[in-house]
Design a protein. Sequence first.
Length: 381
Amino acid sequence: MEVGTGDRFLRLLIEHGGDPVVLEATVRAARGRSDLVAALPEEETRRHVRALVQGVLAALEDGGPGAGVLAAAERLGSDRARQGVPVAAFLDGFQAGRAHLVRMLVAEGRRLEVPDAVLLDGVTRIDEITTALVHRMVHAHRVTELEMARTAREARGQLLRQLLHGEAVPVGAPLDAAAAYHCVVSDVSDPAVAARLEAELTAAGPGLCGLVDGRFAALVARLPEPAPGPARPGPLLVAAPPVRPAEIAPMYGLGRRALRAGAGAGLTGMRELADLALLTATEAEPELGGLLAAALLSGLDRDDPFHRELAETALAYLDHGGRIEQAAAALHVHGNTVKYRIRRLRELTGGPLSDPAGGAAVARTAHWWWALHRWIAETTG
């Protein structure tokens, strides 16, 4: 519906509702109000807030929430129930996002000298719409909770949560208390994607999967064959070595730390926890990494794009065991380019990336890798 020339508040909402700055500020408000909402991946909250804004806009233009807007509200409520977020925490985040959005619009309206009566009418209409959306979300949340409580799947999901959180509980089917299982963690929160991952992980053997702390996790007897190559398809999954169910909780904690480090490094696909050990340990000590970067890479200029190329090339060189051709293939450059950049880096920093003839060669190489990794992260930031 075309916006009437006199409806200045509605025009204001349409002009600012899709603003990325407004969206991100509303996301922060929603996550700041509820710890459980904040524990979810940020993109999940962003999806929720975007649906709220778009739903309000559509309802204002159509004179009220239509079937599509109400169906979207039901999906959000149902998703939150499947993610284990209680309805009170869910509504806290929703109301915080709504309150921030209204405050921003009223402040902007006053700045543009929109009459108070028009602003009040607009806020009243938004309240009517969000009330209808809340009713649908709460209803869908409760219906989904009841359906989950009546199924064996919820019992299995509860067992998975208790084991990952370190609670002493009897281990039942489909697990065996005496068998060993890989703990697999991810940042996947979409129930549809989680269902696909569950099918892939349990195809190789028995397992227990579900959304724990808002993210997909699993205990599986066997892992699927990893995809070849450094760039692996699909979301990042971190798999711990197999342990008995009673020993899973520490693996879950380590896996979550490795997942954060791997996500920060842009990794994708299935990754072994042990393969991420160095990345996880160094990611936990950013200040120490910064000291190494300052000590070893003081000759590099963060504002010089060529110096960034030198650092990225050196990191690829170390990641590929000092093999020129493999590093060149990963960077899509000629081998001579890699040689030249390594030589220039040595000239600028005054030290070799590795020195097999010297003492503590492994430690020196690790220090260079850590320094380069941290320097690139800080430069990008």
